[in-house]
Ligand binder design. Sequence first.
Ligand code: PRP
Ligand code: MN
Ligand code: MG
Length: 182
Amino acid sequence: ATQLHPDVESVVLSEEDIRGIVTRMGDEISRDYAGRNPLVVTVLRGAFIFTADLLRAIKVPCEVDFMAVSSYGNGVKSSGVVRIVKDLDTKVQGRDVIIAEDILDSGLTLSYLIKLLQARQPNSIEVAAFSVKDIEGKQPAVEPRYVGCHVPDAFVVGYGLDFAERYRNLPYVGILKPEVYS
Ligand code: PRP
Ligand code: MN
Ligand code: MG
């Protein structure tokens, strides 16, 4: 069994869970995008580990590029402003774009990115979200075409997800102990 990090309260998704989820998402994308050479847009930093696994689960030709945005900074709450830290190098016009995100929380980051990339006239644009946070009484602002799993409304870390840049390297997804950030 994985040794639990002392700052983590409980495991939400084990390495085995994650493998199953990503394999299934890769199968779905492979089925839908055969012959379309989709451009997978990784949203750095959080999505880099998910994208690395997802790309290897996609069994049809595809390309990848990277974009860095940040809305949380070092806090636990979104700043409400999405900042582009690095833009794509690839031309989006006419492409079938798949945005790969680690988590959909308030939806601010993805709504912003979709709007931004839509303006570059892709042929299509869809979202592959590894996780979607379940918030009671709230409909997510974005409906991803591919959803890996739902996670509870708690501060989750690991598998790319950070708190103040830490914990991204945990191979599982876990709930951070509240005393770590309060
Ligand atoms: C996190 C996460 C998503 C976004 C989700 O990124 O990786 O990109 O927040 O939250 P939202 O739906 O409320 O916008 P963050 O801004 O922390 O940057 P990072 O990926 O570099 O950690
Ligand atoms: Mn992010
Ligand atoms: Mg973050």
